[in-house]
Design a protein around this ligand. Sequence first.
Ligand code: SF4
Length: 365
Amino acid sequence: MDKVIEVDYEQPACTTRHAWARVPEEPSQQERAALKDKIRRLLKEKNAVLVSHYYVHPDLQDLAEETGGIVSDSLEMARFGRDHAAQTLVVSGVRFMGETAKILSPEKTILMPDLDANCSLDLGCPVDDFAAFCDQHPDRTVVVYANTSAAVKARSDWLVTSSCALEIVSALKDKGHKILWAPDKHLGGYIQRETGADMLMWQGSCIVHDEFKAFELEALIQQHPGAKVLVHPESPAEVVALADAVGSTSAILNAARTMDAKEFIVATDNGMMHKLRQLNPGKTFIEAPTAGNSATCKSCAHCPWMAMNSLAGVARVLETGLNEIHVDPELIPRARQPIDRMLAFTAAHKAGQDAGALVPNIGAA
Ligand code: SF4
């Protein structure tokens, strides 16, 4: 059963605390088994598939794979949901992932365990302010991260995820584009340093990755001199500078598999530890520090919104059809364009084709 907690904090606007207060209680072993059985049955009955992100509870990751769904990063979740034959997608993740699924598959029913599962990047980039920012810089190509609302996507030229942002921005730079980037300032800063592109930044951040601490990470590295450091680029620049490998969740998984080390220090949401340990049984994974001298009330390496997803929530929405994601039908064609551009670019890149040919020269768009 979900916790019911009265939230009366000094900062009532702190959505992070509200999210933590809504995190469901862990079911007992018996409840867990019963919920999994129920979900297996309902997925079949409702012609539905479970699509989970790497940051959600291990039960939801394992069940997605076991039932023919997927556990992945947001790019693969989007692609998988679009291409799967199921009529209903249950998206276990945060709101923008459900919205992206709806934009790509408007004819499908998209359900989410908790519609309030959000993202600080999405919340920190309201469309009216963002549109005004874009209007002030009409000479710039607007590139937004996947972690944004459908309305912000509809105001953009290109969508990127952390798996493909470097390649797409690099291709845009080569074709003469100046970029307006939103919303994550750390990911944007990393891409700017790597590509040398002219990028004007929105100042958003992820409350999870923003908390990783370079000072404490250096101390941890000294304690584990043989460990390789894997960092998600939503982390601050000082943390990224200490990395042996920087990349998306998929890139982190790949680095852990291929790098010659037995120990890894990992700076991303600790939901990733499940898949890292599952795929690399002989290796040790240590969470990068978020606490220490400069810890804040948000210091933990787990997203409170991702934590709102639960077996009980999945079973409930499959049973009732509640928590359906709706996107304004007028927005869908405009929001779909930047997503389709990204998917076409990444498909060409993966196939070894000249993905840069899909990027127009500036002035020729
Ligand atoms: S981990 Fe960060 S980027 Fe991911 S959903 Fe949570 S707040 Fe957003």
